[in-house]
Design a protein around this ligand. Structure first.
Ligand code: NCD
Length: 317
């Protein structure tokens, strides 16, 4: 997959497909731009930089927060927004996608936000999109979820701005997680050296160490001294085989409980992209407890998505 596709010859962001290879200055610019939209996006406040532009949210997979925050982001920038929830056909995916793209393009769409179960779907769209039509990846299979990584980085930066000093543990179902991959690329780009993947053996992707992370198969040592814990949902819908004996066992060995939280640094940040499986990877009172920034992540999703949309479609917004 070409990662160069998302940057134009002028160095500007054209599409957002992956965190892999996204240059540090562009990444930081997105986070900086998002600062102006964060905290002030309520009420009537609009930044009409996308006035007259049309954004289509094209979701082939279920989504609550990602789709809603993309919609809110586009609306707060005064774009016209269309939401399409499509059930993916497993046959002739390529053809179907291309037909969908061309049909919608004929309606003068400026930007597609696409979520699809197939890794590479957003790249496919970007390769075939007409010049000037932008593609934002809202999650493709197990591959990438760049705006989730950006909102995670934005949330971390607001609490702990020096990424080079951070220890970050990513805990749980890394095998099926596009969030884990995108977070790892983003953290590396910002200079974090101590990134850990903490998971039972069957849920660790083969070769993940090559991304510069350390793998732990036990929670206690994996969480020792960390500043940030990113919990991942057990993605039962992607588990074709038997990866785990039971969710109860997973919770016993890897679930974040009150007692385990008490053993972590007092200023640790607890994060989760949502949706959470209560009582599996995290207990309900930890998810909404004082160390949790899970709802901040949701709020920041709007600001970060506004920043990306404005940088791609706005005239120097
Ligand atoms: C994530 C996703 O869809 O990849 N959720 C999200 O976008 N907020 C993670 C998940 O589904 O577990």
């Amino acid at each position: 997959m070409s990662t160069g596709l998302q940057i134009g010859r002028d160095g500007r962001l054209r599409h957002l497909l992956t965190m892999e290879g996204l240059p540090r200055p562009l990444l930081v610019e997105i986070l900086d731009q998002a600062e102006r939209y964060a905290d002030g996006g309520h009420g009537d406040k609009k930044w009409p930089v996308l006035h007259g532009k049309t954004v289509v949210n094209l979701f082939f997979e279920a989504s609550t927060r990602t789709r809603t925050t993309f919609e809110l982001a586009a609306k707060r920038l005064a774009a016209d927004v269309v939401n399409l929830q499509v059930s993916a056909s497993s046959t002739s995916k390529g053809e179907t996608l291309l037909d969908t793209l061309k049909t919608l393009e004929a309606m003068q769409v400026d930007m597609f936000v696409i979520r699809h179960e197939a890794s590479g779907a957003a790249h496919f769209f970007a390769q075939h999109a007409a010049p000037g039509v932008a593609i934002l990846n809202a999650g493709d299979g197990r591959h990438a979820h760049p705006t989730q990584a950006l909102l995670d980085l934005f949330t971390i930066r607001r609490h702990k701005p020096d990424f080079s000093k951070l220890s970050v543990a990513i805990v749980g179902d890394a095998l099926h997680s596009r969030v884990a991959r995108s977070d790892i690329h983003g953290l590396r780009t910002l200079g974090t050296r101590d990134i850990r993947v903490v998971a039972p053996r069957p849920l660790v992707p083969v070769g993940i160490e090559q991304l510069g992370v350390k793998v732990f198969h036990q929670l206690e040592p994996g969480l020792d001294g960390v500043d940030v814990v990113i919990l991942l949902r057990l993605q039962k819908e992607r588990m074709l085989g038997a990866f785990l004996p039971s969710t109860g066992e997973f919770h016993r060995d890897f679930g974040l409980s009150r007692e385990r939280l008490a053993g972590l640094k007092p200023d640790v940040l607890i994060m989760h992209p949502g949706p959470i499986n209560r009582g599996v990877e995290i207990e309900g009172d930890v998810a909404y407890g004082e160390r949790s920034v899970i709802l901040e992540q949701v709020a920041h999703g709007v600001a970060v998505r506004m920043a990306v949309m404005a940088m791609i479609l706005g005239d120097g917004a």
